[in-house]
Design a binder for this molecule. Structure first.
Ligand code: KIV
Ligand code: ZN
Length: 513
């Protein structure tokens, strides 16, 4: 059994999380998220798969360059080109890790790899040996480990350790295992494999049966000392274990689960909202820890209990996870200084110009909305950060809606600094707006998703609008918040369009190169 009780938190939001259809992230998104994860105390950040494309390679490099403490990790298959590109990409960071993997289950080896077990074993040794030439921090993963024959898994793990792997990851790739079974795999490997005491074992769980977090905790009880997880549980199919749930389960149940992470939970809410904005995947209301309702008490009995003693129905406080006891303090009369202080409390440090702009928008919001909550300020600032330097910006919008029709939108855009004005009709005001944008900035993208959520309660709440566009098989999301749903809709559409254009430009450059 390992003696240390410290758990390495390995975040894979930007790699496994990005593999969720529609969750593609730009280089800028990854840098923004990398900074937040680093600040919150995540130990290892898997920023992508460098050999997947030049864009991925550059994004991994860019994330590495902004990390102060966390180790930068890149993924690679057991192929020399993958490992070499990964080795190159992680050089940008102070500390870099290569994560190389190969499938070990009979079904994967036969149908996916079309390799015999002995060939897979040779590939394990060769891939880890090559990776060690670039860094002394090498993680090896047995893809589909939980459906792998135990004796073969032991042999593969032994080969990886002998070749120099320092972390051994045992993924439940298809989310098939259950806690007792998964824990037993770790206990067995740690007891049986020569050299197991020299490496750190890692859990990587998918949530196909809703067991990812439970399985990860069971792995820790079985001796794993690294957990791979993602903000909001993002990841392939049903996702990965949710980072915020792992961190808080270990904190809240510390007496029975005496393991520690370096993550500061006060940053969890901000990380969650950033991932939701970047990917356009809203957080479900009843999501543990970071959902809007995670700390709401609706029934009279619960409210009564809460008023008498908060711990009657709360096992943790909203402030612990950065949900912030919702305050009504900010409003019309708040000055710039108070606003700056509030932003700092919420985890934002803005330049003077950005602060001036955010303050202006905050005052504008106060004129339109009775109560301005923390969530409103977060939405407003995130919106500003996302739209500030974009190529296309919405400068004015006028819409005719209602029973009489025809529904018409008139829009002014700044397209690369040039003013463009267009008007269009549509089947409803939102359709008219999107048609007007298409007329002002012609493009081929198809609308895949349009979604509206209220940031807070009440009819004057800001609307959080998500738009997903697709073109040539790539999907991107844009998001915007405003007290006017139609303005937020126009901005969200334009945000998605900006990201699509940026992606296409990068792809064009990569192809040309
Ligand atoms: O789920 C999985 O097996 C993976 C590996 C690449 C670690 O994501
Ligand atoms: Zn995975």
């Amino acid at each position: 059994m390992p003696s240390s009780s410290n758990i390495t938190i390995f975040d894979t939001t930007m790699r496994d999380g990005e593999q969720s259809p529609g969750a593609a992230m730009t280089l800028e998104d990854k840098v923004e998220l990398g900074r937040i994860l680093d600040q919150m105390g995540v130990n290892v950040i898997e920023a992508g798969f460098p050999n997947a494309s030049n864009g991925d390679f550059e994004a991994v490099r860019a994330v590495g360059a902004v990390l102060d403490n966390a180790v930068l990790c890149g993924l690679s298959r057991a192929q020399p080109r993958d490992i070499e590109r990964c080795g190159e990409a992680i050089k940008s960071a102070k500390r870099g890790r290569i994560h190389t993997f190969i499938s070990t289950s009979p079904i994967h080896m036969k149908h996916k790899l079309q390799m015999a077990p002995e060939q897979v074993l040779d590939a394990v040794t060769a891939s880890v040996t090559l990776a060690r030439k670039f860094t002394d921090d090498v993680e090896w993963s047995a893809e589909d480990a939980t459906r792998t024959e135990r004796d073969f898994l032991r042999r593969c793990v032994e080969a990886a350790i002998k070749a120099g792997a320092t972390t051994i990851n045992i993924p439940d790739t298809v989310g098939y295992s259950y806690p007792d079974e998964y824990r037993a795999i770790f206990e067995d490997l740690i007891a049986a494999v020569p050299g197991a005491d020299r490496v750190r074992f890692s859990a990587h769980c998918h949530n196909d049966l809703g067991l990812a977090v439970a399985n990860s905790l069971a792995a820790v009880q079985g001796g794993a000392r690294q957990i791979e997880c993602a903000i909001n549980g993002l990841g392939e199919r049903a996702g990965n274990a949710a980072l915020e749930e792992i961190v808080m389960a270990l904190k809240v149940r510390g007496e029975d689960l005496p393991y520690h992470t370096a993550v500061d939970p006060a940053h969890l809410m901000r990380a969650s909202q950033t991932v939701a904005r970047i990917t356009g995947f809203p957080v479900q209301y009843n999501k543990a820890i970071v959902g809007k309702n995670a700390f709401s008490h609706e029934s009279g009995i619960h409210q009564d209990g809460m008023l008498k003693h908060a711990q009657t129905y709360e096992i943790m406080r909203p402030e612990d996870v950065g949900q912030g006891a919702t305050s009504l303090v900010m409003g019309k009369l708040s000055g710039r200084h108070a606003f700056k202080k509030k932003l700092e409390e919420l985890g934002y440090t803005l330049s003077d110009n950005a602060l001036a702009d955010a303050f202006h928008r905050f005052k504008d919001l106060c004129d339109r909305k009775r109560h301005v909550f923390d969530e409103d300020i977060i939405a407003l600032v995130d919106d500003h950060i996302a739209h500030a330097d974009a190529a296309i910006q919405v400068t004015r919008l006028r819409v005719v809606a209602g029973t009489d029709g025809p529904q018409t939108a008139e829009i002014d855009l700044a397209v690369n600094g040039e003013a463009v004005w267009r008007t269009a009709r549509g089947n409803g005001p939102v359709d008219a707006i999107f048609n007007a944008i298409k007329a002002a900035a012609p493009h081929e993208a198809q609308l895949e998703l349009y979604q509206v959520q209220a940031v807070t309660e009440g009819t004057d709440a800001q609307a959080n609008v998500s738009v997903r566009l697709s073109s040539n098989g790539r999907s991107v999301s844009g998001r915007s918040a405003d007290a006017d749903t139609l303005v937020a809709s126009a901005r969200a559409y334009v945000a998605a369009l900006n990201r699509l254009l940026a992606l296409q430009a990068r792809q064009g450059n990569a192809d040309a190169a």
